[in-house]
Design a protein. Structure first.
Length: 544
């Protein structure tokens, strides 16, 4: 038999040949694509593909038919994708050889989860036809979680607070690691059977490494004793932390399942007796959105540590981490862990190796997204500039809510803008518009389309100057063409008067806006892209 080294040399040789063949194949594939394009033929011809696959498989008698089938199906997928990208030829629909991959997150409060974003970015990155949903389950129904996934034909799931332990007895099989850790955050369903894994452990390791937390020989305080705490504790133990103390509200319960692993279990009150120590890790949900002002321990205790880690990632800078930073501690956010555990789950589900490069890329994308959606963005500009139209698309693209100030006012007062103008006059409208802008801003980050005249009111103007504001700029010709004869806009007048109005307002728009987009001849999507690029540049985002 070959030695391991010899086998590896052989494998490397074969892989090299395979990749060379793939390269040759893709070249031919492009020629085929160009031919089809020039002759108006569909790129995807299922008969031909099936014939190719069948011929190959029928010539095999080695028991690898199934794998050969999968290999060929994937190869066809890759070829179509490459063809499509190289020659920009889009057949009406490019069917996938695999069914849509359906997965999601199970928990009881999920509205602010970032997991759908990470996994959807992952699917886009690998051109996978997948969907990641939120499955919110009340505690009273938690006993039927795994059965429901089977019933619905879901392929895979992540599990979060408070069900990481609850799902364990419901699973058909659990990996050794997950049993050892005592919690499951990843489920895979194959042929009606359910398998449980733990990728939190991996994520925690990746986060500690990224945050340069030294574990061996150091002392740790872990706040909380739930499913996430267990993964943290197991990791600390494996990496030879010197002392691990769990801080919990329920000492008795924690002692039964953690008593053997950790050095001590104390309650929050006892923390005041701690002398200086190395690291404190929050594994509780305290401080998570919307209760962003809460912190699991106060600064008099935080200052006894050198490093603070928070598994809460929404907001990224939790009150706990803010106070820690103020006390001079080094801080580590749980965001990296979130991404790392997600990529590790994908490895289990789809066999795509979880590399540092993929984690870093997705982490960068997520960090950018969080940075630019931290506060509301206001769109200003003249009537017809596309504030509403662009705003809707921009919000969709950033996955944050869209609010239109005119629409908000109509709903609030149960009247059209034109009626408000007619019955109460412009002055009154400007006042309620200023109040509406302030109210909209207080409802959390969103893209907010303002009304074209709001800048003429001092309250609105001063308010907008303190916010993130973008001006959609056009000349009067385009604007007039868009709005003339629109009865819903009370101030639409003849072109000369409108041009005068635009000239006075143009100065005010420039004054309030942090950025001006020259929109003439640009499509809505072009404008959306320009705004996103600008937001990204402005935020040349921070190091978490
Ligand atoms: N970039 C664009 N290219 C072409 N048409 C646009 C563009 N932006 C907006 N429009 C069109 O102009 C009209 C006015 O847009 P709207 O969003 O109502 O402007 P606003 O809210 O600023 O008054 C709409 O019919 C919209 O479809
Ligand atoms: O320019 C203006 O003075 C106005 C613009 C309108 O919004 P749009 O800019 O969306 O048309 C609306 O607020 C109102 O008719 C007044
Ligand atoms: Mg509008």
């Amino acid at each position: 038999m070959r030695s391991l080294d010899e086998s590896r040399v052989e494998i490397n040789k074969i892989d090299k040949q395979l990749i060379k063949l793939l390269q040759d194949r893709l070249k031919v594939v492009v020629d085929v694509g160009i031919y089809k394009k020039n002759n108006g033929m569909e790129i995807y011809q299922s008969d031909r593909e099936n014939e190719v696959i069948e011929t190959i498989i029928n010539s095999l008698d080695t028991g690898i038919e199934f794998y050969a089938y999968r290999f060929m199906a994937t190869l066809m997928d890759i070829s179509r994708d490459f063809q499509h990208k190289q020659i920009g030829y889009s057949s009406h629909d490019i069917p996938k050889s695999l069914n849509k991959f359906k997965c999601g997150l199970i928990g009881n409060v999920l509205s602010h989860s970032l997991s759908p974003r990470i996994h959807n970015d992952f699917f886009n990155m690998f051109n996978i036809d997948g969907s990641y949903s939120l499955f919110q389950v009340p505690e009273s129904k938690s006993r039927g979680i795994v059965q429901s996934l089977k019933t619905l034909g879901i392929d895979a799931a992540n599990v979060t607070i408070p069900y990481k332990e609850v799902v364990m007895p419901q699973l058909d099989e659990i990996s050794e690691d997950a049993i050892r850790i005592g919690s499951v955050n990843t489920i895979k369903l194959v042929n009606g059977k359910s398998y449980g894994y733990n990728t939190d452990y991996f994520g925690i390791g990746a986060m500690f490494e990224k945050g340069e937390v030294d574990i061996k020989g150091n002392d740790f305080y872990v706040l909380g004793s739930g499913g996430s705490a267990k993964s943290v504790i197991r990791y600390l133990k494996d990496k030879e932390a010197k002392n691990i103390t769990v801080v919990t509200r329920n000492i008795q319960a924690a002692t039964t399942f953690l008593g053997d692993i950790v050095n001590d279990i104390i309650d929050y009150n006892q923390m005041k007796n701690i002398l200086n120590s190395y690291c404190v890790i929050n594994t509780t949900p305290v401080g998570m959105y919307p209760n962003v002002d809460n912190t699991p321990i106060d600064s008099t205790i935080i200052k006894k540590f050198e490093v603070a880690v928070d598994l809460v990632y929404r907001p990224v800078n939790t009150q706990f981490l803010i106070e820690a930073k103020n006390q001079g501690l080094r801080t580590v956010s749980g965001l990296y862990m979130l991404v790392a555990q997600a990529v590790k789950s994908e490895e289990i589900w789809l066999n795509i190796p979880c590399t540092k490069k993929i984690i870093e890329k997705l982490f960068d994308m997520l960090s950018k997204y969080l940075e630019i959606t931290k506060e509301s963005l206001f769109l200003v500009g003249f009537m017809g500039a596309g504030k509403t139209t662009v705003g809707e698309k921009l919000a969709l693209s950033l996955n944050i809510p869209f609010k239109d100030c005119d629409e908000f006012i109509c709903n609030k007062y149960g009247m059209t803008i034109a009626d408000i103008f007619e019955q109460y006059g412009e002055e009154y409208f400007r006042q309620i518009e200023a109040e509406a802008l302030i109210e909209l801003n207080s409802l959390g980050p969103a893209i907010i389309a303002t009304g074209g005249g709001c800048v003429t009111n001092n309250t609105s103007k001063n308010f907008l100057m303190s916010k993130n504001c973008v001006y959609l700029k056009y000349g009067i010709d385009t604007l007039y063409a868009r709005i003339k004869g629109d009865a819903n806009r009370p101030l639409v007048d003849n072109k000369e008067n409108l041009d005068k109005r635009l000239k006075t307002r143009d100065v005010l728009y420039q004054e309030v806006a942090k950025g001006v987009i020259e929109c003439e001849n640009l499509s809505v999507l072009n404008i959306v892209d320009l705004i996103i690029n600008r937001l990204e540049q402005d935020n040349a985002y921070k190091n978490y």
